[in-house]
Design a protein around this ligand. Structure first.
Ligand code: ADP
Length: 489
């Protein structure tokens, strides 16, 4: 049953109220004192509090104010000696739910209490609704800020446009991807977008109904491959056959595009390199098969020899390509050994004895004593040395010389190979390590090669965290330097 506090210093009135309400089963607490009344009302949960207007220690309105300030849900009544309009207004302003003039009657009290119960219930409901609304708003604002944080941390650009073509939302990445300084929500966005995107978005904005279709385009934003993007556009559904706008997702694909270009350039270079020896061999075969062309035995031998050379070079090219592809895939299993580099150099040089003799080239090896060891795969490092020696012979003059020197310090083993050959022109120097680069001039015309040797050398050296450099003077000679990290036990 409901609980009531009566604060009244007139004993008969207190007694009347007590008797009336006791009949209805209320739980009743009484006090004569305003200060005690405040204390009781604040520290307990009374549904109703009845306050005599004139208390001996306090003004009843003061008591009312102190209680409603802390417990606004309590239904408070002021019991007034005489009916007074001013007191009625003031007590209502201070939060009283009603004003009860004396003399009191049972009916009057019952009526006031049922009014008070409604007042209290309405107050509690309104407070709960306010709390719920506040919590919902809080939740909403949390969700909103989370949504913003998530969208801003996405690598891709997100731009939301409503059905009138006005900007609803954008994240920072969309500004970067579209190379735009700033955008304002609410502005007409279409005119600010690149032409291809305007076309892409317009198709969606002008559609009669919602479509789940997604359109994807790729376009250049800053020329010369500086910024290339992918733009993906789709409807934002409102219902199954209506849409509320368009969402545009952009992604920077500049790097992917560059890789694709390099790849396609590489494929066309390979195709070209493979084609030219095949065309040459096919040409020789056709001439030899043609009954109308009478060839001397000597000429035939020459054609066969030249065909076989072109086939050999084709093999070399395919082997080089396979090596490069294995290095790219990093699938090669390496058997590393701690090796004496000087021994590898000696044995590789001996493999080129014949070539050196045929051009009368002298090879001098200058190796420091007690060279540090290196931990490498024998086959790979022999490949590095043989490619460099082979070049030093191929691009050398007759009667030329090659000087190889080996030295070491606490971090690196240094290998240099100098030749007195044709040298490399300034303009060609930056291209020397590029795939398929071959300097084209009088001296190189008859030298066979794939243009992949130095690419392979550089990749092997760098895979061991080594370095490769070269110096060259056109017409005088070249010097290649390799630094390989030494093996530290
Ligand atoms: P290739 O199979 O043509 O020898 P490389 O990748 O080994 O391919 O070398 C690329 C190009 O660099 C050569 O075609 C040549 O023009 C130039 N080059 C390489 N080494 C030397 C050198 N020691 N002297 C002069 N030119 C060189």
């Amino acid at each position: 049953m409901a609980s009531i506090l009566i604060i009244d210093n007139e004993h008969p009135i207190r007694k009347d109220i007590y008797d009336y309400l006791k009949r209805d089963g209320y739980s009743i607490t009484t006090t004569m004192n305003g200060a005690e009344g405040i204390q009781l009302a604040i520290s307990n949960d009374f549904e109703f509090v009845m306050i005599e207007q004139e208390l001996s220690d306090y003004n009843g309105l003061k008591v009312l104010q102190s209680i409603t300030r802390v417990k606004p849900e309590t239904a408070c009544f002021i019991i007034a000696n005489q009916p007074s309009f001013e007191i009625a207004v003031e007590s209502a302003n201070l939060g009283a739910c009603s004003y009860i003039p004396k003399p009191l009657s049972y009916e009057g009290l019952s009526f006031q209490l049922s009014k008070g119960a409604k007042h209290r219930q309405l107050f509690i409901e309104a407070r709960n609704l306010r709390k719920e609304r506040y919590n919902n708003l809080l939740e909403l604002s949390r969700e909103k800020s989370m949504f913003k944080t998530v969208l801003n941390s996405i690598n891709g650009g997100v731009l939301v446009i409503n059905s009138k073509g006005e900007l609803v939302y954008f994240n920072n990445a969309s500004l970067v991807n579209l190379n735009l300084e700033n955008l304002e929500p609410g502005e007409q966005i279409l005119t600010k977008l690149p032409k291809q995107i305007i076309k892409q978005v317009s198709e969606y904005l002008l559609a009669n109904k919602y479509t789940s279709k997604v359109s994807e385009i790729e376009l250049e934003i800053i020329p010369h491959n500086k910024l290339y993007i992918q733009s993906v556009c789709s409807h934002i559904p409102r219902s199954t056959d209506n849409f509320s706008g368009v969402v545009l997702v952009t992604r920077n694909i500049t790097q992917k595009r560059e890789i694709e270009q390099v790849k396609s350039q590489f494929v066309s270079m390979v195709a070209h390199e493979l084609k030219s020896p095949l065309v040459a061999v096919e040409g020789f075969l056709q001439i030899m098969q043609n009954p109308e062309i009478k060839l001397t035995e000597e000429k035939k031998d020459d054609f066969i020899k030249r065909s076989s050379e072109r086939v050999k070079s084709l093999f070399q090219l395919v082997n080089d390509l396979l090596d490069i592809s294995r290095m790219d895939k990093k699938e090669k299993y390496r058997e590393l050994e701690v090796l004496n580099f000087s021994e590898i150099v000696q044995s590789t040089v001996s493999l080129f004895e014949l070539e050196c003799k045929s051009k009368n080239i002298s090879v001098k090896i200058d190796a420091e004593e007690n060279l540090p060891m290196i931990k490498v795969e024998r086959v790979e490092i022999s490949r590095v040395v043989s490619n460099l020696i082979s070049n030093a012979i191929k691009y050398n003059k007759n009667d030329g010389e090659i000087v190889i020197s080996l030295s070491g310090n606490e971090n690196y083993l240094n290998f240099t190979i100098s030749d007195s050959g044709i040298g490399i022109k300034e303009a060609d120097k930056p291209k020397v390590f590029q795939e398929f680069f071959r300097a084209l001039n009088k001296q190189t015309r008859n030298v066979s090669g794939t243009g992949l040797g130095l690419t392979i050398v550089k990749r092997i050296v760098e895979s061991y965290h080594g370095k490769i450099q070269f110096e060259s003077e056109y017409g005088i000679g070249s010097k290649f330097l390799i630094k390989l990290p030494i093996f530290k036990n």
